[in-house]
Ligand binder design. Structure first.
Ligand code: ADP
Length: 162
């Protein structure tokens, strides 16, 4: 029996953007299962709670059958061992992402040599989109069209009005 290939895409997703959506769709097409792992980090203060971020991911990608969204606090490699997943997926935008991603990939390699990191290049139409940029635009009343899924536009508007 061959083991099903599970890819884990960890991140903050505060909130999910079209850049993340693109990576998730592309990975779901080549792996048996994709788990988007929402980091419940105590160090970063996020606009959306982990539960809200999870829900927004699920609502943004309702048609991807082999997608699962989970919340986790701790080391990604520990989650991966429990889930029997082999691949960590991360997205690469500009060169500035490179050093951070390489350092993290090497740290994860040290912690768990059996797990591989797969770096996927952002599609040209989304490479400039970041959650931080999206929040900045939202806070200042700019248009979020084509930057984030519609459910995220609604959630940001609600959050900011309060
Ligand atoms: P983190 O705080 O872990 O960097 P993010 O939610 O910001 O979490 O990003 C998760 C992953 O998605 C990272 O690997 C990041 O480089 C990647 N990513 C973010 N925005 C994009 C985008 N527009 N296109 C492709 N990858 C992206």
């Amino acid at each position: 029996m061959t083991m099903s290939k599970i890819a884990v895409y960890p991140g903050s997703f505060d909130p999910i953007t079209m850049g993340h959506v693109d990576i998730i769709k592309r990975i779901a097409a080549v792996y048996d299962q994709v788990i988007v792992l929402v980091a419940q980090s105590s160090q970063k203060n996020s606009m959306f709670s982990a539960e809200e971020r999870k829900e927004l991911i699920e609502k943004s990608l309702p048609n991807i059958k082999n997608l699962k969204v989970d919340i986790f606090e701790g080391l990604t490699v520990e989650y991966m061992k429990k889930a029997k997943a082999q691949i960590i997926v991360r997205g690469l935008r500009a060169v500035v992402d490179f050093e951070y991603e390489m350092t993290m990939a090497n740290m994860n390699k040290k912690l768990a040599p059996e797990i591989e990191t797969l770096l996927v290049f952002a599609s040209p139409e989304y490479y400039y989109i970041s959650s931080r940029g999206v929040k900045e635009v939202a806070l200042n009343g700019g248009s979020l069209k084509e930057l984030v899924p519609d459910v995220v536009i609604e959630a940001l508007e609600k959050k900011i009005k309060r």
